[in-house]
Design a binder for this molecule. Structure first.
Ligand code: NAP
Ligand code: G4F
Length: 339
């Protein structure tokens, strides 16, 4: 049985990847950070009582804590390590840049060093990001110049480069997945797609009237998250490591996402959306659109879900979720309008 470590297993991608690997018979060791309130909602369905046989084994581990990462690595001796943990919010990274650099940048180095010093033979996946392309014009591929525009993107650029460096210096089987935006009903509520679909559901259920947003003109290449965890796994199944751009090749503005989500439930977005400069960023990434030719050719990877299907999946999930919460008396009028 193959063993995998997933850092950031409580996040959107970590939860889908854990499901994907469990379905393929892996023993999955999920690293989660300690928090004062529960942070396991996305993976609760994978838990079994630890006194019973289980293939999903959670561990406390923080990317700020190199010695515990090394200890766990040594004890588990995984075949594959997927580094997904991050302070992953671009706008927040302008507010907590040092922490972002420590977890996203140095945190990646801590894991690579843990692998090197323990001598554990494993393959390594780094969650790189299309944000690293920043102001480089689209379409972006593996040869496009990196011009990061936020502390988050600068930190991901360091993590990306240090992964390449460990591959070249020490012969690691280490690969960067340069993933473009990918979304799902499990997307964090403060990223723009989920913020929109959640607000649409709340407005439809009569508990919110206004949605405050920032820049509607930014263009993103939005795909469906379960497709992207498959690409991560495919990278580690190749004989040779490498770096791969992963995205649909289709870009849409935030405005188009808003229009599609509101019109899906028969609402006119102009009656509800208000622009609030609070959500503007000190520097914006205007246009991301993937050229994923290499991933298609080498990995055989293809996205399965169109932009319209993605919007529908997310709106329907939020309509159902908010509906249940309203009926149960858990969803408050006004709450969540300002995420
Ligand atoms: P996410 O939902 O924000 O998940 C991030 C995960 O990292 C969570 O499990 C989080 O724990 C954990 N984490 C945060 N700080 C940590 C720390 N100090 N120590 C240990 N764990 C920590 O992000 P995602 O959308 O799944 O993305 C997964 C990875 O891909 C991230 O590295 C992200 O930057 C990158 N990425 C994402 C996209 C995308 O469009 N989704 C695109 C390109 C790259 P909590 O649950 O406790 O917060
Ligand atoms: O949904 P977003 O916050 O995602 P962003 O900044 O593109 O970053 C995401 O994708 C990256 C991959 O390219 C990941 F690496 C990263 O971890 C994260 O998952 O914002 C998308 C766009 C931006 O241009 C932003 O300015 O939406 C615009 N936007 C407009 N109003 C807003 C809002 N974004 C947020 N979060 N909230 C708003 O109210």
């Amino acid at each position: 049985m193959k063993k995998a470590i997933i850092t950031g297993c409580t996040g959107q991608d970590g939860s889908y990847l854990a499901e994907f690997l469990l379905q393929r018979g892996y023993e999955v060791h999920g690293f989660k950070r300690r928090s004062s309130s529960l942070n396991t909602e996305r993976i609760d369905h994978l838990y079994r009582d630890l006194h019973e046989p289980t293939q999903f084994i959670p561990h406390f581990a923080d990317l700020g804590d190199g010695s515990s990462l090394a200890t766990l690595l040594y004890e588990i001796r995984p075949d594959e390590v997927y580094n997904l943990a991050a302070q992953s919010h671009v706008k927040v990274s302008f507010e907590i840049p040092e922490y972002t650099a420590d977890i996203v940048g140095t945190g990646t180095l801590r894991i690579l060093e843990a692998i090197r010093r323990t001598g554990v033979q494993c393959r390594f996946y780094q969650a790189s990001s299309s944000e690293m392309f920043g102001s480089s014009p689209p379409p972006q591929n593996e040869t496009t110049a990196l011009h990061p525009r936020s502390p988050y993107a600068c930190s991901k650029t360091f993590a990306h480069n240090i992964t390449v460096n460990y591959r070249e210096s020490y012969g690691f089987h280490a690969s960067n997945g340069i993933l473009f935006n990918h979304e799902s009903p499990r997307r964090g509520e403060t990223f723009v797609t989920r913020k929109i679909t959640r607000a649409v559901a709340r407005i439809k259920h009569g508990i919110q009237s206004t949605l405050y947003l920032g820049n509607l003109e930014a263009r993103r290449d939005w795909g469906y998250a379960p497709d992207y965890v498959r690409a991560m796994w495919l990278m580690l199944q190749q004989d040779a490591p490498g770096d791969y751009v992963v995205g649909t090749g289709e870009a849409h503005t935030v405005r188009e996402f808003v229009e599609a989500a509101f019109s899906y439930v028969g609402l006119d977005w102009k009656d509800h959306v208000v622009i609030d400069p609070h959500y503007f960023r000190p520097a914006e990434v205007d246009f991301l659109q993937a050229d994923a030719t290499k991933a298609r050719r080498v990995l055989g990877w293809e996205p399965t879900t169109s932009f319209r299907q993605l919007v529908r999946i997310m709106v329907e999930a939020d309509l159902q979720d908010i509906g249940q919460r309203v009926r149960g008396g858990f969803e408050q009028i006004g709450a969540g309008a300002h995420v």
